[in-house]
Design a protein around this ligand. Structure first.
Ligand code: TRP
Ligand code: SF4
Length: 330
């Protein structure tokens, strides 16, 4: 048997998990568990780079994220699940990598430039924020990951990771493989206002939303913007509610709505009710598991403690090689 390839990915605990996170990243990780040796972690130090002024919610969101991950289907017998800050070796490698990373690589990082503009309400002119990809590089290469499943927005970070790994190997000898970004093919799910689903846009449907909350949010969704009255025919091809149907409704329902909408045979209110019902059914098993894990905090803690153990073993091994290569023994 050939050895399984190793993948690793992380998520920042900056809010409750929503459908965008589920379909964009998590469901892909869940599938990859069958094929790869997996490490998934909650990047709480990375959350600190932008939320350093208000840190109280980070650990709270991290707790919730553990429950969301398990409820959605990440499985401790298949993946090592852990919290970044539990493994101090990430910080040690980050420090060493920061010595060899040229600042211009970080300054021209498109994600960095973009975030500075987008998060203009925060002062992000910090050393830590500029160094975000260096910490991410440490996260990745400390496990000698072959692949990193991420969204397109993270590709520049994986690219910088490869450059840093190469530079380390060039300076100190071959220690790190160069990891590859693995992009998911799943089409993006939009928020209820048709913008990218995001907590900061206040347009997200959360895995933890109750049935009533889901129904209310769906009722407020923007539909075909050209359809003003129920008697006007609609165009499902440009309707976000229809995109949701395609994900959560059965093929017959999808076909019927596709037809009826175009000849004004169904109104948006009714159409949304049908979709909301199906979405709620989709969320039910996740909600049941959420209840289960919420009632068993010790179980959740022990799952993450086991994941931390496994991850730490690998991280310590790599750091022994790094210290030998750099010739600074701890
Ligand atoms: N930067 C990633 C994000 O915002 C989170 C992250 C931190 C990460 N470290 C990582 C992702 C290592 C993949 C690998 O989504
Ligand atoms: Fe969209 Fe449904 Fe309204 Fe058609 S009937 S525009 S698919 S919400």
């Amino acid at each position: 048997m050939t050895k399984k390839k190793r993948i690793l990915s992380g998520m920042r605990p900056t809010g409750p998990l929503h459908l965008g996170n589920l379909h964009g990243a998590l469901s892909n990780w869940i599938k990859m568990q069958e094929e790869y040796e997996c490490f998934f972690f909650i990047a709480d130090w990375h959350a600190l780079t932008s939320d350093y002024e208000e840190t109280g919610s980070i650990s709270q969101y991290a707790e919730e994220m553990m429950i969301d991950w398990l409820s959605a289907g990440l499985a401790p017998e298949k993946s090592s699940l852990f919290l970044q800050s539990k493994i101090k070796e990430h910080a040690e490698l980050f420090l060493i990598l920061s010595m060899i990373t040229p600042v211009p690589w970080l300054e021209r990082n498109p994600t960095y430039k973009d975030q500075i503009v987008q998060l203009s309400n925060k002062d992000l002119s910090t050393f830590g924020f500029l160094g975000y990809p260096v910490l991410q590089a440490a996260d990745i290469i400390i496990y000698k990951a072959d692949g990193v499943p991420v969204g397109v927005d993270q590709v520049p970070h994986v690219e910088i990771t490869r450059e840093i790994a190469r530079r380390f190997n060039y300076l100190y000898g071959e220690v790190f493989p160069e990891p590859k970004a693995i992009l998911a093919e799943t089409p993006k799910i939009l928020g209820i206002d048709r913008r990218k689903m995001s907590k900061s846009y206040n347009n997200a449907i959360y895995l933890s939303d109750s049935g009533d909350e889901v129904a209310k949010k769906v009722a407020g969704m923007i539909t075909d913007p050209n359809r003003a009255r129920k008697s006007d025919p609609g165009d499902p091809d440009i309707c976000n509610v229809f995109d949701f149907h395609k994900r959560y409704s059965d093929p017959d329902t999808i076909a019927t709505i596709n037809e009826e909408c175009r000849k004004a045979g169904i109104g948006c209110v009714e159409c949304k009710k049908i979709m909301a019902k199906n979405l709620i059914v989709f969320l039910e098993p996740i909600h049941e598991k959420r209840e289960y894990y919420k009632s068993k905090p010790d179980l959740v803690d022990s799952i993450f403690a086991d994941g931390t153990e496994k991850a730490r073993g690998v991280a310590q091994q790599t750091m022994a090689e790094v210290r030998a290569a750099v010739k600074i023994q701890a």
